[in-house]
Design a protein around this ligand. Structure first.
Ligand code: DAH
Length: 339
């Protein structure tokens, strides 16, 4: 029995050397010290020993148990240390690796140009005001000297909500709303969406954007209009750009003009981009019609003013050399990422 006990100790220690994880360690503990383990089995045979042998073997058995327990504890500590070292090695983070790039968005080209325009006008003391997109016939047409059946209405294909309510076809409606509730001097721009029942093509869209401008004060003349627009265009397109005013007709201005800018492409020579004109049409403008002023309770004998309406898409396309308006609405990030 003595040899059996010694053999158990040797084989337990040998096994402990060969194992490598906590699960195997537990298996060793059960194999030797468990209820049905090898040491327990030997202790069960103690009854068959002589009274002299019993204390000797008992002592030895206790020593073997204590030794195995000690070996188990030590191996457990080792395995623990090994395992946590392995875990640390596996979880190491290399802080010098490059980070994952995150995609940063950019302002839409329309918003970029609008911001530039707003900055120019804020610098000249203008306020920025907004008006409703669903508008009454009164503000969109009637008060702008375009009574029902006026032929000028035909050029703006209108979305009607009902006989009296429309989706505004022009931001000029905000001129009336402003003059009705503000006394001169007035200096505002009003950017916003406008709607016309046009089919979509490279230069048309049923929804587009305008920036309206209105200045009312004593002694305002056409030269103020020209100077203001010239300053804006030089800021947008560079000091060398030239504009020209061409006589035109709008019911709410007198005199009226269309404003052209010298073609960016050919510098006035004439090319395919400007259809050999040398100039490209940019916006409508004029001196506010006395009838419009009167209608808003402003005395045209005392006050005068100018107004203009800029197509935001048009000046944006010119600014960035974009040749198809649809690109501005498709929200293709490969396109939008270029600005
Ligand atoms: N409302 C015009 C349009 O949509 C543009 C315009 C022309 C606005 C002359 C004005 C103006 O304020 O004075 O085509």
């Amino acid at each position: 029995m003595k040899e059996a006990l010694e053999k158990i100790e040797v084989s337990a220690k040998k096994l402990l050397e060969d194992i490598s994880d906590a699960k195997q360690l537990e298996e060793v503990r059960v194999k030797f010290l468990g209820k049905k383990g090898e040491l327990t089995a030997i202790l069960k045979q103690m009854g068959s020993l002589s009274p002299e042998e019993r204390p000797v073997i008992g002592q030895l058995a206790n020593k073997v148990r204590a030794d195995i327990e000690k070996a188990l504890t030590e191996r457990a500590a080792q395995i623990n240390a090994e395992e946590s070292e392995k875990k640390l090695a596996a979880e190491t983070i290399d802080v010098t690796l490059p980070g994952k790039p995150c995609r940063i968005g950019a302002a839409h080209p329309l918003n970029k140009v609008l911001a530039e325009v707003e900055e120019v006008f804020l610098g000249m003391g203008f306020d920025i005001v907004e008006g409703p997109e669903v508008e009454t016939d009164h503000y969109c047409f009637e008060a702008l000297n375009m009574p029902k059946h006026h032929p000028a209405r035909d050029t703006q294909d209108t979305f009607y909500i009902n006989d009296n309510v429309v989706l505004r076809t022009q931001t000029s409606s905000v001129q009336i709303r402003t003059m009705e509730k503000t006394k001169p001097p007035i200096r505002i721009i009003s950017p916003g969406r406008v709607y016309r029942s046009d089919a979509v093509d490279a230069t048309h869209s049923p929804l587009f954007h305008q920036i309206e401008g209105l200045v009312i004060d004593k002694g305002i003349t056409m030269s103020d209009l020209k100077g203001t627009l010239e300053l804006l265009m030089k800021r947008l397109y560079g000091e060398n750009c030239k504009i020209r005013l061409r006589p035109h007709h709008f019911p709410y201005t007198e005199p009226s003009a269309e404003v052209d800018i010298m073609c960016f492409n050919c510098g006035g020579e004439g090319c395919s981009m400007c259809k050999q004109e040398g100039y490209v049409e940019l916006l409508g403008a004029g001196m506010v019609h006395p009838k419009v002023l009167e209608g808003c309770g402003i005395d045209p004998e005392i006050y005068s003013g100018f107004a203009f309406g800029i197509g935001l898409e048009r000046i944006t396309m010119g600014r960035f050399n974009i040749n198809d308006m649809r690109l501005l609405y498709e929200n293709d990030t490969r396109f939008l990422g270029q600005f």
